[in-house]
Each structure stands twice: as structure tokens, then as C-alpha cells.
Design a protein around this ligand. Structure first.
Ligand code: GRF
Length: 200
């Protein structure tokens, strides 16, 4: 049986679309079992509905993080999700969530971690004046944009770049390496040694 991905998103959903395209074309040997958003109006969620994937959303107002995440974990379990992919999901996960899917949650971040964690990473890189920027796919732990690194891709920062131009260049690489990292994880041919993820 194919392994099942749960995708969590809060906005545009371009990373979700890239993964979905690869799953639908068979490039990725998995099924998208569930797409969830904390924002009912997320364009990515609308797209997931159009594509016919099982979808869910849950309003977070008035609910503490722990209770909210317990409900999300229940939904992921109901949909028999094996791996969780955060794709622009703008919430920190609770310890309970991370524990339930230990080393089975992936995230994509638009910087070469550990540089520039947090919001507006591309803008942070651009204002800092770095000459090389990029993106990182990593396992998720309890901390922000932390966790063992699976894959990274670098892009140059050009003198004439705006933050938008740089973000667009990074996004192309995000769409490529997120699926590559998922494909690797699906094979199970890796070992986590401390912070290092190595091929087996
Ligand atoms: C991406 O830049 C991703 O790296 C970051 O949030 C953004 C989401 O974009 N975590 P999209 O919703 O996948 O288009």
C-alpha cells in the first residue's frame, strides 16, 4: 500500500501544488491522504478541493495550542497519514503533535538554515547582504525551523535583486527539493545521527 502524506498549509499553497503534481504523475510514490489548513480561506485549500483531495480546516480562535493540535492529530490519524508535510503552515506545533509524528514531520523553509529562521526569511537574507541564499527541507522538532536537515539548495543573490525577485528564485528550488526530500524519506533509506540525516 502506498504511504500517505498529510499536507498542512496556511496560504498560497504552491509547495503543496508541486508535491501534489508529483504525486498525481507518479513521480512521487505516495498518496495525498489529507490536506489541512488553519485558515478556511487559504487559496491552497481551495486548490486542494478542486483537485479532489480530502480536505479539512479548523478555526483556532479560543482554543489553546495543545487542544488545537490534538484535534489536528486526530484528523491526520483518521486519514491514516504516515508523513506530515508542512507547506507554509504558519503555526508552531505543540510537543504532543511532534511526539505523535516524531521524525515524520517535514518542513520547507526559504533560507539556508540555521541562518534566518522565522518569518520573512528571504527578506532577512536580502537585507543582511548575503551573496548566497536558498532553502532547506528539515524534520520538525519542538523548536522553530529547527530539526535535522534533509536537503538544501542554494541560489545566488544578485546585486539587482529585490526581495521579491530573490523569493521567486528560491521558490523554484523549494518546489524541486521538497519533493526530492519526500521521495528520499519515503524510501526509508536514511538514518538520523544527532542532527545529521545520512543515506543508508
Ligand atoms: C514558502 O516560501 C515556504 O518555504 C515557507 O512558506 C512559503 C509557503 O509558500 N515555509 P506556498 O504557500 O507553498 O506557496
Amino acid at each position: 500500500m502506498k504511504q500517505r502524506l498529510g499536507i498542512l498549509l496556511s496560504g498560497r499553497g504552491s509547495n503543496f501544488e508541486a508535491i501534489a503534481g508529483n504525486a498525481l504523475s507518479g513521480k512521487l510514490d505516495c498518496e495525498i491522504g489529507f490536506v489541512f489548513s488553519n485558515r478556511a480561506s487559504a487559496p491552497g485549500l481551495a486548490r486542494a478541493r478542486e483537485l479532489g483531495f480530502p480536505c479539512g480546516t479548523l478555526e483556532s480562535k479560543g482554543m489553546d495550542r495543545d487542544n488545537y493540535d490534538r484535534r489536528v492529530v486526530d484528523l491526520l490519524r483518521e486519514h491514516a497519514v504516515d508523513f506530515v508535510c508542512l507547506a507554509g503552515y504558519m503555526r508552531l506545533l505543540s510537543g504532543h503533535f511532534v511526539h505523535q509524528f516524531r521524525n515524520r514531520i517535514l518542513n520547507i523553509h526559504p533560507s539556508l538554515l540555521p541562518a534566518f529562521p522565522g518569518l520573512d526569511a528571504q527578506y532577512q537574507a536580502w537585507t543582511h547582504g548575503v551573496k548566497i541564499a536558498g532553502c532547506t527541507v528539515h524534520f520538525v522538532d519542538e523548536d522553530l525551523d529547527s530539526g535535522p536537515i534533509l536537503m538544501q539548495a542554494a541560489v545566488p543573490v544578485l546585486d539587482e535583486d529585490t526581495p521579491e525577485a530573490l523569493s521567486a528564485r528560491i521558490l523554484v528550488e523549494e518546489h524541486r527539493i521538497y519533493s526530492e526530500a519526500i521521495a528520499w524519506v519515503l524510501t526509508g533509506n536514511y538514518r538520523i545521527e544527532g542532527r545529521r540525516v545520512v543515506k543508508t
